[in-house]
Structures are given as structure tokens and as C-alpha cells.
Ligand binder design. Structure first.
Ligand code: GAL
Length: 711
């Protein structure tokens, strides 16, 4: 099929199939109205297309098209959305359908993103609202099959059905899509380009990076206030209280109106929490109750099927979106509610029979159930974030479904599944697809499990205890309360660093939390693992389905937070683990132990310690722990903590933390430079802005040559 590739943005190419243009309809990129960050893209390295375009094949099949890209034998493929089961998708078929219960490794997920990024330094995105099947090197055509690769299962148990694949094969719907190819040169550049093309990364409000607590369902205003007060009494930081089902006058389906017995005076309630320095986040799901004020207004825009007897509105229709925004504005946003948890927009009729409209549902805009489902999560994110933007207030919240082009959205994914290792892997995998993820804590099987989960969540995009069903509190295991408090406080102390990492995400597209392949090149990883020679000779790709068993580790259980911190969580039952350390010298952030990087180190840690490593030469901006994130106009002391013996440099970003004034230039970057003088003493200097002291901070102090974090 004739395809012509054209440059869509610096280092980004698009193919347009003329035959399909009219059929394309609404896609994630068109719905999100993405505005590529051209200036930032232009600053990236210049790249050539990763392949000759005639190596990309596009052919018609019965019910759609097959697009296929060449693969090298050792290439690894990352992304495809929020995958819980594996990090390297090479050798797997990914059926990218939204699913609320992704218990099997089929590719179905809360957030299907038809985007993969190769460690050879390019990426492929399919922009469509249809389900895409990506064969990520799990198929092999006869023409590419080499007899010498074929083995005998009688004698070779490790042998599986697909020898080393020569191509990816992507099965696409007939009714239109765009294909994009992103250049590198590095894998990080590919991901950054994808994020920048979609508008850049999100910058949450500062308070969103504090600690969150969701109270049980059916709590009353008094119960909430009483629980909030306990945080203050116990000195456990908390910025956001989340309300679960029970605050709506009806839920399942929802009314969007307050329940008058539990919340007789919602405005006062929100103000009372605010007076304690806490914000309110509201749970909701997509289906509109017949008792809701907007039911009749939304009815003309509803889909053909109901869920829980509620309407499934067609938010591709402007009129429906306007109704939704209006009820949210008058009932919540105008009272000071800070944001939402957009639940259950990922239901799938196969695993939870009645929780979603069927794929054959019809919607007034012309979308069908399949498309609406793939787009629904994006729609709720966009409608609510547009609403907050119209008030010049930033929001931050939770969503259970997402898709392509979501990097600008102030939303973090979560799940009802609860495997701690999968939660850590999801944190890594989110970084390849422009997504954020919280490994939320709900309950635990032991105090140890409780601590390990709390440690992980405190070093993630959204630090939250979700007690909706269990009624847990950070102090639920009294014997470890002080450890939990310590990690919640550590998160607060790291706020200036964390916020700076998000600001970099917004401006450069490099995610704040990143999986190891975004930190080390394939050669660096191979060298650290001790098999650089095999790597250089392209000896077999040990993770390809061809060889069945996995002989290399994927390092899907550790990640970087910003430039300087490497987080290697432990889960209950573990007291030691291997850690892949990038080159250079590293210190245990809380142990002060010194490690030579560029290798795998075996570490052990008591329950009081989460294995976190800091790069020697790092300069990390920190603040004191506080009951909640400081408001604009309440400056706090800032300390730059420098690690190791050599000179070093860090960055600091600051703005008002709450509005969009940063988009108009009301934001600043500094370089924090530490110099080691010939006599061995150190000097610290803040460079890059005329203002001496960043507005959010009252004083600036330096701590030089640390090997561990001062208490
Ligand atoms: C689930 C959600 C939980 C909780 C619950 C309330 O769908 O994942 O976190 O909000 O609904 O019914």
C-alpha cells in the first residue's frame, strides 16, 4: 500500500494513508488536541528516520491493515501503556484494550497506549480510538524463518514456538489512524519526544505532591474532620483527604450532588478542612443517576446502554461536556474542592459483566462502545482539567483509565489489583508511555508488608493511603508507626527536588520517575551485568520468545527519581536484593554506605530502611517536613544537600505552585553549584536568576560532602 511519510515535528514522522483520511474520526491525539512543544523538540539532537521507509510494510487484511516494522535480533521493546506483568514487551502479543482487571499478560490494561519504544532508539505510535494488536516480535513469517534457528522440543525444553522474530506486526482497524515514528537517538530521547509531541509532561500543584489519605465509604463530614485532626495530632503530614462513595446523594450510579445527611454543609466542610491545611478530592464514576439534576439534560447525549441504570453520556459531544463541567463547577469546584478520582472509566464487559457498556453500544457522536471505552478515561481527565484551568487553578487527581497523549494530564493511575512487585513494575512501565502511577497502599498482611508498601508509595508520583474499604490509617500498625512517619516526612523534605523533577518533565519530556532503560544504555546495562562482549557480538536475545526462558533480569523493580536518586524497594519477605547501579560512585541515602557503580551490587536492609541511593556529586534541594505543603506566600527554609567529595551541580525550579502563571513566565530555574576548592573546602552558589532567594524559600543553607542524608 502506498504510504508517504512526512515530518510532523522535529524528529517525528507521520504516515498518512490517503484512502483512510476520511474514516479516521476521533482519536486520542485529536480529542486531546495535542500541541507539540516545538521549541523544546527543536532543541533535541537532530535525527534521521530510524529506517528506510520502504522497510515499513503496510498491507490490507480482511478486517483492517497490517503494518510491520523491522526488528534487530537483540532489540528490546518498552511501553504499550501501563503493563503490570512485564517490562520488555519483546516476544509478546499486546492486545491493547482497556480493562479494569488486567490479571493476565495479554496486554490488556487500565491504560492501553499503542506506543512502543525500542532500545535501538526509535518509537512507534498508532493514533486510533480502536483496539490495536501489537505483535512485538511474537510472530514470524516463512520468508524470515531460518532453518538453523529451529530446534527440537523433544530434546530442548526451552524451545518455544516463535524463533527470533524479524519484524513487529501491528494489526490495525480499517477505519483509520495515523502512524507516527519517533526518533532518538537514545531511548530516553524517544520517550521525551513522544511526551513533547503530546504537549510535554504535567506539572502538578505543589500540594499534590504531599501525602494523601482516602477515608472509608459512607463517612460523614464529622468523621472526616475527626480523622483529619488525628493526622495533625500525631504529626503525620497530610495534604489531601479523598472522599469515597457516600458523599454523592446516590452512587452507583452517581448524582454529583452532595448527600445532605452526611454532608449538610459541604462548603463549610471544605473550608474546615482547608483551615487544617487539607484539600478535598472527590470520588466519582461515569454513570449518571436518574436522581441527578443533570440527568434530563444529559439524556439526549447518552449512549444506547446504561450501566447501574445510569446514563453513559457521550462526552465527545460538546453539549454533554458542558453539562458535566457545569455541575462540577457549581457543586464542587466553586466550593474549593481540589480535584477528582475518576473511577471505573475502564470497566470491561468480559471480566466484570455489568460494569461497562458493550462494544456495540451506540453514541450520538457516531462513536461506538469500543471507541468510547478506549477514550473514556481521557475524556474525564480532559474535561476536569480544562475546568480547573479555566479557573487558573491546578488540579491533581486519580484516574483508572488512560491512553495515548496523556502526558499533560494531571492524573495518576491506580488499580484494584494489589501485588506489590507488579505495583513497582507499573511505576517503571508508566515512564515509557507518558503515564503516572501510584502504588497506593490499602491494607497489609503484616507490619512488614505495611512498611514496605508505604516506603514505595512515598517515593512515587502520588503518595496515598486508600482506606476506602479497609479503614486503615498510617498508624494502623503501631509498632511501625514511626517508620511510616519517617517516609512520609522524607517525601515532604524532598518536595523541592520532586517538584523540580516534574518541572523538567513538563519542559523536556523526561519523566520524573524513570525505568532503568531510560537511565542506562543497553551497552551500559550489559557491561554492569558482566556480559558486554556477548552484547557487542549480538549473541542471542535472551528475552525473545524464541528461547522461552528468560536468562537476563529486566530490572523492572528499581527506578530513578529525578537525576540523582535511585530507588530499589524491598517487598515483604525480602531483606536483601540486587541493585543495578549506573556508573560513578553512589551512597546509601540513609546508610551512608559507599558503592562503586557500573555494576550490580547486593544489598541488605532492615525494615527501617528503604534502599535508596544517591549519586556522588548530587546537589539536592530539600526543605523541612511540615504538616502540609506550604501555601504560596509562606516561605520555608531551603537546604542544598551535596553528596560525595567532588564538585557537583543540581537544579531548582520554583513558581507559585498553584496557578498557571508559570506558563506566562512566572517561573524560575536555578543551578545550585558546589565547588570543591583546592584546599578541600567547599563553596555553594545559586546561579541563573537575578533574584537571590527563590520566593518559596526564606533562607538558603548548604550542606557539603555528605555521604548520607542528615536527619
Ligand atoms: C473501586 C476503586 C476503589 C474504591 C471503590 C469504591 O472501583 O478502585 O479504590 O474507590 O471503587 O467503591
Amino acid at each position: 500500500m502506498a504510504a508517504s511519510w512526512s515530518l510532523a515535528a522535529p524528529g517525528v514522522w507521520r504516515v498518512t494513508l490517503q484512502e483512510m483520511q476520511e474514516a479516521k474520526g476521533m482519536t486520542p491525539l485529536t480529542y486531546m488536541n495535542v500541541q507539540p512543544r516545538e521549541a523544546a523538540l527543536k532543541q533535541m539532537p537532530e535525527v534521521q528516520p530510524p529506517f528506510d521507509w520502504d522497510q515499513v510494510r503496510i498491507e490490507e487484511i480482511r478486517d483492517g491493515l497490517l503494518v510491520s516494522f523491522p526488528l534487530t535480533p537483540s532489540e528490546k521493546l518498552y511501553g504499550t501503556g501501563l503493563q503490570l506483568m512485564r517490562m520488555n514487551q519483546r516476544g509478546r502479543t499486546r492486545y491493547l484494550r482497556v480493562n479494569s482487571d488486567p490479571k493476565q499478560d495479554t496486554g490488556e490494561t487500565h491504560a492501553p497506549v499503542p506506543f512502543y519504544a525500542s532500545d535501538r532508539g526509535y518509537g512507534v505510535l498508532i493514533d486510533t480510538s480502536r483496539i490495536v494488536t501489537m505483535h512485538c516480535g511474537s510472530t514470524l513469517e516463512l520468508a524470515d524463518t531460518r532453518a538453523e534457528h529451529v530446534r527440537d522440543r523433544n530434546t530442548n525444553a526451552g524451545w518455544s514456538a516463535t524463533p527470533l522474530a524479524a519484524r513487529t506486526e501491528l494489526r490495525l482497524p480499517k477505519d483509520g489512524f495515523d502512524i507516527y515514528v519517533f526518533g532518538g537517538p537514545s531511548l530516553t530521547d524517544v520517550v521525551a519526544r513522544y511526551n513533547l509531541f503530546c504537549g510535554g509532561g504535567v506539572l502538578p500543584p505543589k500540594w499534590g505532591l504531599g501525602f494523601w489519605h482516602r477515608v472509608p465509604t459512607l463517612y460523614t463530614d464529622e468523621q472526616v474532620l475527626e480523622e483529619a485532626e488525628q493526622f495533625r495530632q500525631r504529626g503525620i503530614p497530610c495534604d489531601v483527604i479523598g472522599l469515597e462513595p457516600g458523599w454523592h446523594s446516590q452512587s452507583y450510579p452517581v448524582s454529583y450532588e452532595w448527600e445532605a445527611n452526611r454532608f449538610p454543609s459541604p462548603g463549610t466542610f471544605v473550608q474546615q478542612l482547608r483551615a487544617k491545611g487539607m484539600r478535598v478530592n472527590l470520588w466519582e464514576h461515569p454513570y449518571v443517576s436518574p436522581t441527578s439534576k443533570i440527568y434530563e439534560k444529559l439524556r439526549p447525549y447518552a449512549g444506547s446502554h446504561t450501566v447501574w441504570g445510569g446514563l453513559a453520556p457521550d462526552y465527545a459531544m460538546e453539549e454533554a461536556a458542558a453539562q458535566y463541567k457545569q455541575v462540577h463547577e457549581t457543586e464542587h469546584v466553586s466550593l474549593g474542592v481540589s480535584g477528582y478520582k475518576l473511577d471505573e472509566c475502564d470497566g470491561s464487559e468480559l471480566t466484570r459483566n455489568s460494569w461497562m457498556f458493550p462494544a456495540h453500544a451506540k453514541f450520538p457522536s457516531g462513536l461506538d462502545g469500543e471507541q468510547m471505552r478506549q477514550l473514556y478515561g481521557l475524556m474525564f481527565q480532559k474535561m476536569t482539567s480544562d475546568l480547573y484551568r479555566s479557573k487558573n487553578r491546578r488540579t491533581y487527581g486519580l484516574v483508572r483509565a488512560s491512553g495515548a497523549a496523556a502526558s499533560t494530564m494531571p492524573y495518576v493511575l491506580y488499580s484494584d489489583l494489589y501485588d506489590h512487585k507488579q505495583y513497582i513494575r507499573a511505576l517503571c512501565n508508566a515512564s515509557f508511555s507518558g503515564l503516572l502511577w501510584t502504588p497506593e497502599v490499602r491494607r497489609a498482611v503484616s507490619a512488614e508488608d505495611w512498611v514496605r508498601r508505604m516506603q514505595t508509595v512515598c517515593l512515587s508520583s502520588l503518595a496515598m493511603l486508600n482506606a476506602w474499604g479497609d479503614g486503615t490509617k498510617p498508624w494502623s500498625y503501631p509498632e511501625v508507626e514511626s517508620i511510616v512517619r519517617h517516609y512520609i516526612e522524607l517525601r515532604m523534605r524532598l518536595l523541592p527536588y520532586l517538584y523540580t523533577a516534574f518541572a523538567a518533565y513538563r519542559e523536556t519530556g523526561v519523566p520524573p520517575f524513570r525505568a532503568m532503560p531510560l537511565v542506562m544504555s543497553p551497552a551500559e546495562i550489559a557491561a554492569a551485568e558482566g556480559h558486554l562482549a556477548e552484547f557487542e557480538q549480538e549473541v542471542l536475545n535472551t528475552t525473545d520468545a524464541a528461547y522461552g526462558k528468560k536468562t537476563t533480569r529486566e530490572w523492572d523493580d528499581q527506578y530513578m527519581l529525578g537525576e540523582f536518586l535511585l530507588v530499589a524497594p524491598l517487598v515483604a519477605g525480602e531483606t536483601e536484593r540486587d541493585v543495578l547501579l549506573p556508573g560513578g560512585v553512589w551512597y546509601g541515602l540513609e546508610t551512608g554506605e559507599r558503592y562503586e557503580g557500573g555494576q550490580i551490587v547486593r544489598i541488605s536492609a532492615v525494615l527501617e530502611i528503604m534502599p535508596i541511593f544517591v549519586r556522588s556529586g548530587a546537589v539536592i534541594p530539600m526543605m523541612p517536613s511540615m504538616p502540609h505543603v506550604p501555601e504560596p506566600g509562606s516561605p520555608v527554609p531551603l537546604t542544598f544537600v551535596h553528596f560525595g567529595e567532588e564538585s557537583g551541580e543540581g537544579t531548582l525550579y520554583d513558581d507559585d505552585g498553584e496557578t498557571f502563571a508559570y506558563e506566562e513566565g512566572a517561573s524560575h530555574w536555578w543551578r545550585a553549584q558546589v565547588t570543591r576548592r583546592p584546599d578541600g573546602s567547599y563553596a555553594g552558589e545559586l546561579l541563573g536568576n537575578d533574584q537571590v532567594v527563590p520566593e518559596s524559600f526564606s533562607t538558603i543553607a548548604w550542606q557539603f560532602a555528605q555521604t548520607r542524608l542528615p536527619r
